[in-house]
Write a protein that binds this ligand. Structure first.
Ligand code: PEP
Length: 248
């Protein structure tokens, strides 16, 4: 069965609640699609108003983070139950900004992936190499290590339903996009890694996005590649261009 494309916006730390509602209204008619899943991954404080604002549309809401415990003395954190109750369907896990600025390790991210799945949220699990790693020729070794650690102990049926985002760190927010061949090569490598860890059917089912300066001009070429099932989009998700990316 053909995999359904999924285009997700990662708003990062942008948009106040009132700006968020305005943006959803501006994008409303532009992101309509029968064939692509559309997700807005938004800051925690925007979740409730954005869930309300997308009601009746094809857009689903994602969170940018979650904590690994269910409740208790974890000041400032947000649980999976809170996200689910608010209407969230997806959660970004392991974005390079969280790995780099907040010291999130693969061991910790593995717990986040498991917690999300336990609570019925779909992880958008990010992985990707630095420019230095790419130049050293260890891109695929590094990404295989990330995938194997982040998915350790996760069942095949759950992996089949998740989303993996390949995001070369050197392409995030830099305006430098991986070529479609570079992106395809790594996305295929990730699928091969899943086939080795699980089986061919799981590898065929898992959706793998490319992320890193996706824009209205390069989305079509990237998403046409056989192992690229859509995109995780940062900067361009905050403007009308996001509609062009969804309808690439
Ligand atoms: C991202 O935030 O995951 C991302 C890919 O950002 P950008 O599209 O701005 O490079």
């Amino acid at each position: 069965m053909a995999r359904r494309k999924i285009v997700a916006g990662n708003w990062k730390m942008n948009m106040t609640p009132s700006e968020a509602v305005k943006l959803v209204a501006e994008l409303k008619d532009l992101v309509v699609s029968d064939s692509v899943d559309v997700v807005y991954c938004v800051p925690a404080i925007d979740i409730v108003p954005v869930v309300e604002a997308v009601k009746g549309t094809n857009v689903q809401v994602g969170a940018e983070n979650l904590y690994i415990e269910d409740k208790g003395a974890y000041t400032g954190e947000i649980s999976a139950d809170m996200l689910v109750d608010a209407g969230v369907k997806y959660v970004v896990i392991g974005h390079s900004e969280r790995r780099e600025y907040f010291g999130e390790t693969d061991e910790f991210l593995n717990k986040k992936v498991k917690k999300a799945i336990e609570k019925g949220l779909t992880p958008i699990l990010c992985c990707g190499e630095t420019l230095e790693q790419r130049e050293m020729g260890v891109t695929m070794d590094w990404i295989r290590l990330q995938i194997k650690s982040d998915l350790a102990g996760v069942a095949a049926a759950d992996v089949a339903n998740l989303v993996i985002a390949y995001e070369p760190i050197w392409a995030i927010g830099t305006g430098k996009t991986a070529t479609s061949d570079q992106a395809q090569e790594v996305c295929k490598g990730i699928r091969d890694c899943i086939a080795e860890m699980y089986d061919a059917a799981t590898a065929e089912a898992v959706r793998i996005q490319y992320g890193g300066s996706v824009n209205a001009g390069n989305a079509a070429e990237l998403f046409a590649k056989p192992d690229i099932d859509g995109g995780l989009v940062g900067g361009a998700s905050l403007k009308a261009d996001f509609g062009k990316i969804v309808n690439y």
